[in-house]
Design a protein around this ligand. Structure first.
Ligand code: AMP
Length: 292
């Protein structure tokens, strides 16, 4: 079937081309939506794009494995990549532009400006990944300046990231609406992630312990348990009962400030990071005590 050129997805790699395209779109009154990703797309990413499609005229997806958010011992080199497959998946959900810059162009040799938040990166994933959120906030700020979106869409799977981006947008006065999208899961309940591809068949059942621990905590809260220590203990026991697991953290905290709480009195975040073999998985859920 013949597809007219202007209807087809475009791939832009040069930063100045992306900026020119953003200027052109803005001049014609188009509302730009940005979905930042590191690629190796799955249904979770596509859910963000479908949501984004509804909130603007031009849907731009960035695919960039951002080196500054990886620690020295992390998986930057081995992170899965497949741009051709990503482009066809993006096209299937109506993406207009894939922006896939080179790392050397995003961070030239003399780069020295970073976005650092004061307390939000000190909790949860920030404890074992001390420079991670500095890298995330910096790259997202750069993408906002390059793409100039009206709306940007992020997943609740990376809950701390979403809280940090919302804070950064307020603190730095980006005129951008941030939309959060619920966690997309595999049929067996595992939160979708590009890193799930690292899991072996033997490790897979252990990976399900994260959701099981969250569901157990939700049941306990529904039965009246309010003590955060007890909920954390129950979750940790469940996770450790599976082979290959090693807990990074199990936390019960305030969903906005991310500070630990002792008791579940209102909507409270339970967030988990667990190593399953060599794969670090995260998941989270809001625990809600009943009103009565
Ligand atoms: P990543 O490519 O892993 O950096 O993720 C890009 C965006 O997709 C982030 O906003 C993530 O929170 C979001 N995302 C990744 N996995 C999921 C998922 N299973 N459900 C919802 N959003 C997700």
């Amino acid at each position: 079937m013949f597809v007219p050129t202007e209807d087809r997805i475009r791939i832009i790699t040069a930063i100045d081309h992306m900026q020119q395209e953003a200027t052109r779109l803005l001049k014609t009154g188009k509302a730009i939506v940005l979905v930042p990703t590191m690629g190796y797309l799955h249904e979770g990413h596509l859910a963000l794009m479908r949501k984004g499609r509804k909130h603007g005229d031009a849907l731009i997806v960035s695919i960039f494995v951002n080196p500054t958010q990886f620690g020295p011992a992390e998986d930057l080199q081995t992170y899965p990549r497949d741009l051709d497959r990503d482009v066809s998946l993006a096209e299937s959900v109506g993406v207009d532009v894939v922006f896939a810059p080179e790392a050397e162009a995003m961070y030239d040799k003399a780069h020295q400006t970073y976005v650092d938040l004061e307390t939000l990166p000190l909790y949860l994933c920030g404890l074992s990944r001390p420079s991670h959120f500095r890298g995330v906030a910096t790259v997202v700020a750069k993408l906002f300046n390059i793409v100039r979106p009206h709306v940007a869409v992020f997943g609740e799977k990376d809950y701390q990231q979403l809280v940090i981006i919302r804070r950064m947008v307020r603190d730095l006065n980006f005129d951008i609406r941030i939309i959060g999208v619920p966690i997309a899961r595999e049929p067996d309940g595992l939160a979708m992630s590009s890193r799930n591809t690292y899991l072996s068949e033997n490790e897979r059942p252990s990976a399900l312990s994260l959701l099981q621990a969250l569901q157990q905590a939700q049941r306990s809260v529904a039965q009246g348990i309010r003590d955060a220590g007890q909920l954390i203990h129950e979750a940790s026991e469940l996770i450790c009962s599976y082979p290959y697991t090693k807990i990074d953290y199990v936390t019960v905290c305030d969903p906005k400030a991310l500070e630990n709480v002792d008791r579940v009195e209102g909507p409270t975040l339970m967030a988990l990071a667990v190593w399953v073999g060599k794969t670090r998985l995260i998941d989270n859920a809001i625990l809600k005590p009943s009103e009565d």
